[in-house]
Design a protein around this ligand. Structure first.
Ligand SMILES: Nc1ncnc2c1ncn2[C@@H]1O[C@H](COP(=O)(O)OP(=O)(O)OP(=O)(O)O)[C@@H](O)[C@H]1O
Length: 407
C-alpha cells in the first residue's frame, strides 16, 4: 500500500518584540495568507481522499457481490463411466443422464472410471470428490452427547415440557406408551423465528435422554449435495437406526419440504425426490425403535402439507420470540459466567430489548463484556449493556442499508 504524502506543516506566527507596529501587521498578514494557502491545500487533499474512499467502497461492494456468487454457485454430482479418446463419459446423479464431456485440464491425469465428480452447468468436470462416506460425514453432524441442557434454555419452558413429553418420554419409557396403548408422536416440528433456541432444544433433549444427536441441514442438502439428497436422507435414517437411541434433527426443513410450485426445473425435481424419500422414510418408520425425529423451520407458511400429515410431523411446537420475562431469563443465562457489577438491573436491560431473539441476546452479552474490556474494567456495568444495545442496533441498520442497496 502506498503512503500518502505527509500533511503540510501548521504555519507558525513568529512575532519579535522589537518589531514596529507596521512590521507586526505585515507579519500577521503573511501568516494569514499562509493559513489560507494551507487550508486550500488540505481541502483539495480531503476531496481527493473522499473520492478515493468512494472508489474503495465501490470495490468492496463489488467484491462482496462476487464473493456471494462464488459462495452460492452450485455444482452437480456425477460418476465417471468411461474415459475415451473423445472425452469423459459421465452419468449425472439424480436423473441418470449420460453425457460425453471434458474434464478441466488440471484433472486429466486424475480421473478414473467410477470416480465421483462435481460438474458445472455445462457438464464439464470440475473436481474429483472423495468417496461417498465423506459426503455422508459432511452432510451429517453426529454428536454423542451435545453439551446443552434444559437449564441453558431461557424463556420457553412450555416448549421444553412439550418436547420432553414428545421425545424424551418415548425414548426413556417406551413400555409405558405400549401399556397405555398410544403411539407417541411420529415427528416433532419446531417452528418460529430464527435464533429462538430450536436447535438448542433438539440438542438438549438428545443430551438429557442420552441419545445420539444426528443433525442434517435441509439447505445444505439442496445446495451442497445436489443429486445426493435422497440417498443422504436414506443414510440419515440408517445411521440413526445403527446408533439408537438417537434423535434425528433436520434443520431448515423448508428447503426440502416447501409447497410444490408450478416450475418444472431440474432443481425442483431433485428437491421433490429428496422430500419423497423423507416422507417414505417416515412412513416406513413404525418399527423405529429408539429413534425420534425432529425438524425445525423459520418458514412454517412455506411447508408442503404432505409433511404435516399424521404419522409424519404430527406434533407442532411453536418457539416464539421471547417476551420481556423470557429475555431477562436468557440474559441471566448468558451473563451467568460474566462478572456483572453489583446493581446492574438485568430486568431493565431486558425490557428494552423488544424484538430481540435469544441469539441476539447472546451477542449483546458478549458485546457488553467487550465494552468493559476495552475500557480496562473487569466488571460489566449497566452502561456497557446500553452501549452494546446501541452498537447492535446500529449494525442492524447498517445491514438493512446494505440489503436495500443490494436489492
Ligand atoms: N431461548 C434461548 N435461551 C438461551 N440462549 C438462546 C436461546 N435462543 C437462542 N439462544 C442463543 O442463540 C444461539 C442460537 O440458537 P439456536 O441455534 O438454538 O436458534 P434456532 O432457533 O435454531 O435458530 P435458527 O432458526 O437460526 O437455526 C444459541 O447457541 C444460544 O446462544
Amino acid at each position: 500500500m502506498s503512503h500518502s504524502p505527509s500533511l503540510p506543516d501548521r504555519p507558525r506566527l513568529e512575532l519579535d518584540p522589537e518589531m514596529s507596529d507596521a512590521e507586526r501587521l505585515e507579519a500577521i498578514r503573511q501568516h494569514y495568507r499562509r493559513i489560507v494557502q494551507v487550508n486550500d491545500e488540505l481541502e483539495t487533499r480531503l476531496a481527493d481522499a473522499e473520492g478515493r474512499r468512494g472508489e474503495l467502497k465501490d470495490d468492496v461492494e463489488q467484491l462482496k457481490r462476487e464473493n456471494e456468487v462464488l459462495k452460492t454457485s452450485s455444482l452437480y454430482i456425477a460418476s465417471v463411466e468411461e474415459i475415451t479418446d473423445d472425452g469423459v463419459v459421465i452419468k449425472q446423479h439424480g436423473n441418470n443422464q449420460e453425457v460425453l464431456t471434458q474434464a478441466a485440464s488440471r484433472l486429466d491425469e486424475d480421473l478414473r472410471p467410477g470416480d465421483r465428480v462435481a460438474i458445472n452447468d455445462s457438464f464439464a468436470v470440475q473436481q474429483v470428490l472423495d468417496d461417498e462416506t465423506d459426503s455422508r460425514a459432511q452432510a451429517m453432524e453426529v454428536t454423542e452427547s451435545p453439551d446443552v441442557e434444559y437449564a441453558d434454555i431461557g424463556g420457553i419452558d412450555d416448549q421444553i415440557r412439550e418436547v420432553r413429553e414428545a421425545v424424551e418420554d418415548p425414548l426413556e419409557n417406551p413400555e409405558q406408551f405400549e401399556k397405555v396403548g398410544v403411539d407417541p408422536p411420529s415427528g416433532v416440528l419446531l417452528h418460529g423465528p430464527p435464533g429462538t433456541g430450536k436447535t438448542m432444544l433438539a440438542k438438549a433433549v438428545a443430551n438429557e435422554s442420552d441419545a445420539t444427536f444426528i443433525k442434517m441441514a435441509g439447505s445444505e442438502l439442496v445446495r451442497k449435495f445436489i443429486g445426493e439428497g435422497a440417498r443422504l436422507v436414506r443414510d440419515l435414517f440408517e445411521l440413526a437406526a445403527e446408533r439408537e437411541p438417537a434423535v434425528i434433527f433436520i434443520d431448515e426443513i423448508d428447503a426440502v419440504a416447501a409447497k410444490r410450485t408450478d416450475s418444472k426445473t431440474s432443481g425442483d425435481a431433485e428437491v421433490q425426490r429428496t422430500m419423497m424419500q423423507l416422507l417414505s422414510e417416515m412412513d416406513g418408520f413404525d418399527d423405529r425403535g429408539e429413534v425420534r425425529i425432529m425438524a425445525a423451520t423459520n418458514r412454517f407458511d412455506m411447508l408442503d402439507e404432505a409433511i404435516l400429515r399424521p404419522g409424519r410431523f404430527d406434533r407442532l411446537i411453536e418457539v416464539p420470540e421471547p417476551g420481556a420475562e423470557g429475555r431477562e431469563r436468557i440474559l441471566e443465562i448468558h451473563t451467568a459466567d460474566m462478572s456483572v457489577a453489583d446493581g446492574v438491573d438485568l430486568g431493565a436491560v431486558a425490557r428494552d430489548l423488544d424484538g430481540y431473539s435469544g441469539a441476539d441476546i447472546a451477542s449483546l452479552a458478549t458485546e457488553a463484556g467487550m465494552f468493559a474490556i476495552r475500557d480496562g474494567r473487569t466488571e460489566v456495568s449497566q452502561g456497557d449493556f446500553e452501549a452494546a444495545r446501541d452498537k447492535l442496533q446500529d449494525a442492524d441498520k447498517e445491514d438493512e442499508r446494505v440489503i436495500n442497496y443490494q436489492y
